[in-house]
Design a protein around this ligand. Structure first.
Ligand SMILES: O=C(O)CCC(=O)C(=O)O
Ligand SMILES: [Fe+2]
Length: 252
């Protein structure tokens, strides 16, 4: 009697999953962090995610990245160089630990299971001071044939700034003004075309860089607009698809 009452208070799903874990059948996955996702655009797929990271996770990522920042570079053909006309910021690869692995798993789950040919690249933080920016670019690489960047998470860690939004000139402004809580509307648009997501600590913008048929999506062109005051720190989580192949050119 006593034992059945004790057992009935346990969560059966937890009991089963713990049992499977002890049996080595499923990997540990304890992430209960709540976040909210909204589809912002269907083509390209762009999601807005509220509270993707907790304040403890943000503080942790910032702390373990301290002392590792270097001036950010840009990529052109095979060349990697500092180009202050294109990008002014400092970046650091985030060392991996349990908290970072938990964040990676959260990102990989939201992205959807994509098989072994797609993996996350090392997480990168990027810090912008006043005047810091990253000019218009794609996260995909148009010069390679084998493998490409499939998805991007742009997560705002520190957003104590004015300016510094992430602008997508080719995304149409939505009609529904409720989006104005996460994107710049009216006077905040500063004459930029398209959509500018506001930096808000913990929130994220997620997008897919490649059409399902393998074509690189032109609609995901974006920039980090100049920071006018204060500091912005972002966290990039990118996935790389080794199986991507440059699509054959088709004559019209
Ligand atoms: O900081 C941002 O808003 C965008 C950063 C970005 O596009 C990048 O690092 O590739
Ligand atoms: Fe980017």
């Amino acid at each position: 009697m006593l034992s059945s009452r004790v057992i009935s208070t346990l969560n059966p799903v937890l009991v089963v999953s713990q049992g499977l874990r002890w049996a080595g059948i499923i990997p540990p996955y304890h992430d209960t962090h709540p976040y909210q996702v909204q589809v912002f655009s269907r083509d390209p797929l762009v999601l807005h995610v509220d509270s993707f990271l907790s304040s403890d996770e943000i503080a942790h990522v910032l702390k373990i990245s301290e002392g590792k920042y270097e001036t950010s570079s840009v990529y052109s053909s095979d060349d990697v160089s500092v180009n202050l006309k294109a990008r002014v910021s400092e970046s650091a690869i985030v060392p991996r630990d349990d908290v970072v692995r938990r964040i990676e798993k959260r990102a990989a789950r939201l992205m959807g299971w994509r098989g072994n040919h797609t993996h996350l690249q090392p997480l990168k933080v990027q810090r912008y001071g006043v005047g810091g920016f990253y000019t218009f670019h794609y996260d995909w690489d148009g010069l390679v044939d084998d493998g490409n960047r499939a998805t991007t998470f742009m997560i705002y860690l520190v957003a104590d700034c004015t300016g510094g939004g992430t602008n997508f000139p080719r995304l149409p402004m939505p009609e529904d003004t409720r989006w104005c809580s996460v994107i710049e509307c009216e006077e905040g648009r500063d004459g930029y075309e398209g959509v500018t997501f506001k930096p808000v600590s913990g929130s994220a913008v997620y997008w897919e860089n490649i059409y399902p048929n393998g074509t690189l999506h032109p609609g995901v062109r974006h920039a980090s607009l100049p920071v006018k005051s204060g500091v912005k720190v972002g966290l990039n989580i990118w996935s790389w698809d080794d199986a991507w192949r440059k699509p054959e050119e088709v004559d019209a």
